[in-house]
Design a protein around this ligand. Structure first.
Ligand code: NAD
Length: 516
C-alpha cells in the first residue's frame, strides 16, 4: 500500500454528532466508539455480487441490428482502472465501419423508424426503459468495472437516471405536436452521437432517448475507455425488438469519431466531451448543412456565503467534486467561500475529507473509486504539480491507496489565485481549488471570470441572494442549496466555451427536430 503523509489528530476534533448525543442526555457511547477525525470507521469489505451479465472477452461493432467484426480486423483493450487488468477487447471501428453504420441508420430511417407513428416509437422506448430498469444492478457492476466509478454511484445514480431518460422520452414520442403547439416538428434524419467516459451509460441514454423519441436513427460512438456498457445496451435494443439499424454503435477512438463527424450523410452531430475536441468538430462542420450541439467542459463555481448552513454546504461540496472521482463536467471545482466563514469551512472540509474511503469501486463502502485511466491520473497529477509550483497550498487527505490501479486521494488547494491553472483549467479529478471573497458581487464577478459556463452552485440562507446570484451567474445550470442534481425533465447545457444546445426537457427535444 502506498501511504500519504500522516496527519496530526487534534484532541478537540471529536465528531459533533457523537458529542451532541451525550449532551442531549442520550447514552454516552463506549470509549472505543468515539470516532476522532483522522480515524476511520473500520468497515469489513462489502463487495457487490458479480454481474449476471457476463463480460465477453471480445466486443464487436453493432451495425444493422447485428454484432459484426470491424473492417480493420483490429481490436483494442479495455482496462479495469481499479487493477490495471484487461477486461475485454473492443473492436476498432474505422471510416468503412462508419460508412456501414450510417447506411444502416439511413435505411432504417427511410423505411421504418422515420415513418413510424410516435405512439409506436414510444412503445419501444418504454420497453427499453423497463429492460434497463430490470438490469440496473448488473449493468452498474459492468459500468464500475470498466470505468472505475463506485458501485454506489453507478447503481444509485447513473443507471436509474439512464432508465429515467428512456421513460421520460418515451412519454414525449407521441406528444411532439403538443410540445411545439401550432408548429410542425419533424425528425432530422440520421444523427451521429459521440460521448465521453465519465458517464458512459447515462450519456448514451441522454443522447439516444430524445433522438429516438423524435424519430431519428442513430450512430453512437462511445469513449474508447468505456465502451462495454454501450454494447450491453445494444443487446437490450435487440431484446426490445428495436428495428435493425435504428441504433448502431461503432467503437473506437478519436479517428472513428472524426469519421462520423465528417460523414456526408449525417444530419446532425451531438457531441459531449472536451472543449478542445468540440472546437475541432465545430470547425469541421462550419459551412455544412449538419446541425450541431456541443456539451463541453466546465469549471464551475460553488459559492458559499456567510449565512449558509455550513454542514449542508460541506456535503454539497463533497457531492460536487469528490464523488465520481471528480470526473464530472459540472463539478464544483472552484469553491468560493465568504471571508467570515473560511476557518470553519476549511476545518470541516478537511475533517470530512478524512472520512472518505478511496479504493475498490465495487465495494459498497467506497466513496471514491478509481480514476478512469492512467492518462487521466497523469493529467490530474500534472495540474496538482502546477498548483504547487504557482504557490497554492496543497492539502491531501491521509489515506491508503491500493498499490495497483489508478487512484488519487481527495485533496484541496488554498491560497489559489484566479490566474492559477488550477483555477482556470478542468482538473477532472478529486481536487478542489478554494478561494475567498468579501461580497456577493465580488464572488459573481470572479465566478464568471472563466471561458466556461456549464454550472454553478450557491449556498445562502437568503432567498433573495439566491435569485440575485443565480440570475447573474453565466452558467447553464445553477444549483441552490444542493449540487449535482439531475432530472430528465430539466434541460442541461452550457454557455460560452461549455457548448451550446440543451439536453433534457422540451429544449432537448427541439435539438433533435426540424420545427416549421
Ligand atoms: P474527449 O473530448 O477527449 O473525448 C470525447 C469523445 O470524443 C470520445 O468518444 C472520443 O473518442 C471522441 N473524440 C476524440 N477526438 C475526436 C475527434 N477529433 N472527432 C470526433 N470525436 C473525437 O473528452 P473525454 O476526455 O472523453 O471526456 C472528458 C471531457 O468531457 C471533459 O472535458 C468534460 O468536461 C466533458 N464532458 C462534458 C459534459 C457536458 O454535458 N457538458 C458531460 C460529460 C463530460
Amino acid at each position: 500500500m502506498k501511504k500519504n503523509k500522516p496527519r496530526k489528530i487534534v484532541s478537540h476534533d471529536v465528531i459533533p454528532s457523537v458529542m451532541s448525543a451525550s449532551s442531549h442526555g442520550a447514552p454516552v457511547p463506549p470509549a472505543e466508539r468515539i470516532l476522532r477525525f483522522g480515524d476511520r470507521w473500520k468497515y469489513a469489505p462489502a463487495p457487490e455480487a458479480p454481474s449476471d451479465l457476463k463480460l465477453r472477452s471480445r466486443y464487436e461493432l453493432f451495425i444493422g441490428g447485428k454484432f459484426v467484426k470491424p473492417s480493420s480486423g483490429k481490436y483494442f483493450p479495455s482496462i479495469n482502472p481499479a487493477n490495471e487488468q484487461q477486461l475485454a477487447e473492443i473492436a476498432l471501428g474505422n471510416a468503412a465501419d462508419v460508412e456501414r453504420a450510417v447506411k444502416a441508420a439511413r435505411h432504417a430511417y427511410d423505411h421504418v423508424w422515420g415513418k413510424m407513428s410516435g405512439r409506436e416509437r414510444g412503445k419501444y422506448l418504454f420497453r427499453i426503459a423497463r429492460l434497463i430498469q430490470e438490469k440496473i444492478r448488473d449493468l452498474a457492476v459492468l459500468e464500475s468495472l470498466d470505468g472505475g466509478k463506485t458501485i454506489r454511484e453507478s447503481r444509485n445514480i447513473d443507471l436509474p437516471l439512464a432508465a429515467a431518460h428512456f421513460f421520460y422520452h418515451a412519454g414525449w414520442a407521441d406528444k411532439l405536436d403538443y410540445a411545439f403547439a401550432g408548429r410542425r416538428p419533424r425528425p432530422l434524419g440520421v444523427v451521429g452521437q459521440i460521448i465521453p467516459w465519465n458517464f458512459p451509460m447515462l450519456m448514451a441514454a441522454w443522447k439516444l432517448a430524445p433522438a429516438l423519441a423524435c424519430g431519428n436513427t442513430c450512430v453512437l460512438k462511445p469513449a474508447e475507455t468505456t465502451s462495454i456498457t454501450a454494447l450491453h445496451l445494444a443487446e437490450i435494443f435487440a431484446e426490445a425488438d428495436l428495428p435493425e439499424g435504428v441504433v448502431n454503435i461503432v467503437t473506437g477512438a478519436g479517428d472513428t469519431g472524426a469519421a462520423l463527424v465528417n460523414h456526408p450523410d449525417i444530419d446532425k452531430i451531438a457531441f459531449t466531451g472536451s472543449t478542445d475536441v468540440g472546437k475541432r468538430i465545430a470547425k469541421s462542420l462550419a459551412g455544412t448543412r449538419k446541425k450541431l450541439t456541443l456539451e463541453l467542459g466546465g469549471k464551475a463555481a460553488n459559492i458559499v456565503c456567510e449565512d449558509a448552513p455550513i454542514d449542508q454546504a460541506i456535503e454539497g461540496i463533497i457531492q460536487g467534486i469528490y464523488f465520481n472521482q471528480g470526473h464530472v463536467c459540472c463539478a464544483g471545482s472552484r469553491l468560493f467561500v465568504q471571508e467570515g466563514i473560511v476557518e470553519p469551512v476549511i476545518r470541516r472540509l478537511r475533517n470530512r475529507l478524512r472520512s472518505l474511503r478511496v479504493g475498490d469501486p465495487l465495494d459498497k463502502n467506497t466513496d471514491i473509486g478509481a480514476i478512469n485511466s492512467r492518462e487521466q491520473l497523469e493529467r490530474i497529477r500534472s495540474l496538482v504539480e502546477s498548483g504547487r509550483e504557482e504557490g497554492a497550498e496543497y492539502h491531501e487527505a491521509p489515506c491508503e491507496l491500493p498499490a495497483k490501479g489508478y487512484y488519487h486521494a481527495p485533496a484541496f488547494f488554498t491560497g489559489v489565485a484566479d490566474s492559477h491553472r488550477i483555477a482556470q483549467e478542468e482538473i477532472f479529478g478529486p481536487v478542489l481549488s478554494v478561494m475567498t471573497f468579501r461580497t456577493p458581487e465580488e464572488a459573481l464577478e470572479r465566478a464568471n471570470n472563466t471561458p466556461y459556463g456549464l454550472s454553478a452552485g450557491v449556498w445562502t440562507d437568503k432567498g433573495s441572494k439566491v435569485f440575485k446570484l443565480a440570475t447573474q451567474l453565466r452558467a447553464g445550470v445553477v444549483w441552490a442549496e444542493t449540487y449535482n442534481k439531475f432530472d430528465p425533465a430539466s434541460p442541461f447545457g452550457g454557455y460560452k466555451e461549455s457548448g451550446f444546445g440543451r439536453e433534457g426537457g422540451k429544449q432537448g427535444l427541439a435539438a433533435y427536430l426540424q420545427i416549421d
